[in-house]
Design a protein around this ligand. Sequence first.
Ligand code: HEC
Ligand code: HEC
Ligand code: HEC
Ligand code: HEC
Ligand code: HEC
Ligand code: HEC
Ligand code: HEC
Ligand code: HEC
Ligand code: HEC
Ligand code: HEC
Length: 305
Amino acid sequence: MKQKLFLSLFFSVLCSVLAGNLHAAEQDIGYAGIEVCKACHQNIYEQFVKSIHGRKEISGSPANKQGCEACHGPGAEHVRKGGGRGVAIVTFSKKDPAAKKSSQCLSCHQDTRSVAFWDMSRHRSLDVACYDCHSAHYGGDKYLKAAEPALCFNCHRDIRSQSNRQSHHPLKEGLIKCSDCHNPMGDFGKKQIKADSVNELCYTCHAEKRGPFLWEHPPVEEKCLNCHVPHGSNHSKLLEKKVPYLCQSCHDERGHPGSVYTKFETFRGLATSGKNRMFARSCLNCHSNIHGSNGPAARGSHWLR
Ligand code: HEC
Ligand code: HEC
Ligand code: HEC
Ligand code: HEC
Ligand code: HEC
Ligand code: HEC
Ligand code: HEC
Ligand code: HEC
Ligand code: HEC
Ligand code: HEC
């Protein structure tokens, strides 16, 4: 029975194609065409035709397929019934299952490079959809519903408060964007960072920290986040803790140079007063090249210069 129906449908479509009447064939399966939508959705139409999706000269764009109906599905029935909410048209709802939510977009964008890892992204697995961040008609910058970082702060309030701290990456200032470091559509790196490792990410902008150094400080090579936080800190230079406590979380505080109250005469006469070591930049007063040094052995090996 079903087979028969399919065959006859197939046959009638074939006939009309053969008759050179593709347009009529589309109407048969319920497409109305974008000019019909325009009559009642003028505003959306006008924005849409100016945007990338609405431009015929872009191959593969919805404009080159069924226009509005590339995403909303066949709309003839919707039109026949005079339009209206919930009337015979594909819509996008928060209540849809995650897979359905983004499927229209993915039908064209599964091969877009920056969308390649969508399936393994945390956003997808937590039901965030393409249209939570992108509009589909209002083609401003990348169809974004708001500019970064405001777009991301809507959901990531903890990151907003971090980036209000005294020391922060210049996100609010607009010098860098969340998406310089993360791919919101997913990436191989942990936490969707746009590099294979945290260090590789940091080197893309802080190349001078890559070395190679004659004298390397092992925690630096291992992971910048041994000492830094990525978004914001109440301590200077995005440090996780204040110096000297930062250093002392790995270096025995009873050893050189110990605490403020230690006597330092034993320390090869280099320091005249123990207080020097805890003053202002503390350990960094002397160990100034903390990321590594190419200085001569005597001093370089301890990053004194
Ligand atoms: C690329 C896919 C896509 C195309 C093409 C598209 N839309 Fe949409 N449309 C959406 C998505 C996604 C939503 C949900 C909007 C949201 O939540 O931001 C939507 C929402 C809507 C809505 C209801 C919400 C609103 O903004 O009023 C209307 C009406 C609508 N579209 C009409 C149209 C018309 C008319 C066209 C053609 C001129 C069109 N759409 C083309 C994806 C598309
Ligand atoms: C005769 C007028 C008319 C035409 C033609 C028309 N629509 Fe609509 N459509 C409406 C009205 C009215 C609404 C309800 C709008 C509202 O409440 O803001 C609507 C709502 C929609 C919605 C949102 C539905 C929902 O449940 O949220 C979409 C999507 C939509 N139209 C797409 C289309 C597309 C695509 C076309 C062209 C194939 C089209 N419309 C043609 C009148 C029309
Ligand atoms: C019918 C195919 C098709 C569908 C469906 C589609 N797109 Fe596109 N989209 C394209 C093409 C083609 C381009 C231009 C080339 C490119 O960037 O891949 C594009 C470009 C984009 C861009 C880049 C715009 C810019 O300013 O550079 C974004 C963002 C985008 N689409 C998001 C979406 C979202 C979100 C959806 C679902 C609501 C969607 N697309 C559905 C075909 C489609
Ligand atoms: C959490 C927010 C978010 C979600 C969810 C999201 N995107 Fe994006 N998308 C962005 C941002 C931000 C950019 C712009 C990045 C930039 O400026 O480099 C972007 C860029 C794009 C681009 C342009 C890529 C390019 O290389 O120019 C496309 C296409 C795109 N997104 C498609 C999608 C599709 C399809 C989905 C759903 C499967 C999706 N996005 C989900 C935030 C998001
Ligand atoms: C300078 C690069 C950089 C910028 C800019 C940046 N991030 Fe991150 N982000 C990171 C790194 C690195 C991590 C941690 C990766 C790890 O733990 O391996 C991270 C982690 C995260 C996490 C996971 C947090 C957690 O505790 O697990 C979220 C969410 C996040 N970032 C959101 C954002 C948002 C939103 C923005 C923009 C407001 C942003 N990031 C800007 C580098 C950056
Ligand atoms: C609609 C809400 C929403 C928006 C908008 C949003 N996110 Fe998310 N994001 C989430 C949720 C939910 C999670 C999972 C919980 C968490 O880690 O905080 C998440 C997780 C993340 C993670 C951690 C990924 C991991 O592997 O653990 C990063 C990084 C991230 N988002 C970056 C961004 C960036 C960058 C933007 C803006 C372009 C953005 N998000 C916009 C909801 C959102
Ligand atoms: C997209 C480029 C970019 C990436 C990637 C990046 N940074 Fe930055 N970073 C900046 C910019 C821009 C500044 C501000 C420089 C200035 O004010 O002179 C900055 C400043 C800093 C500062 C000094 C902050 C202060 O308060 O003075 C530290 C520390 C830092 N970054 C560490 C890191 C670490 C660790 C990573 C890797 C997780 C990283 N950065 C990745 C661009 C980047
Ligand atoms: C052992 C702890 C430690 C590790 C690990 C570390 N840093 Fe730092 N970093 C510091 C300290 C301490 C300062 C403050 C130096 C100062 O004030 O002179 C600093 C300052 C910075 C600054 C701002 C001042 C400057 O020198 O440009 C940047 C940028 C920076 N670090 C990037 C990185 C990057 C990138 C990595 C990973 C390759 C990294 N750091 C790993 C301790 C560390
Ligand atoms: C995450 C742990 C960690 C942190 C934090 C850390 N270091 Fe180190 N540091 C090491 C390791 C591991 C070595 C190598 C020890 C070795 O070779 O015996 C080292 C070596 C050193 C050396 C050379 C020791 C030697 O015997 O050659 C100095 C000096 C030093 N660190 C100073 C500092 C200072 C100053 C800070 C704070 C800004 C700091 N370190 C923060 C782990 C850390
Ligand atoms: C007044 C200068 C000065 C200050 C301040 C200082 N150091 Fe040193 N540090 C040195 C010198 C010089 C050496 C090399 C000593 C040697 O050759 O034995 C050294 C050696 C070290 C070593 C390797 C040898 C050892 O004793 O284990 C470590 C680790 C170290 N310092 C950590 C720190 C930490 C952590 C701080 C801050 C709490 C700090 N230093 C503050 C001058 C200083």
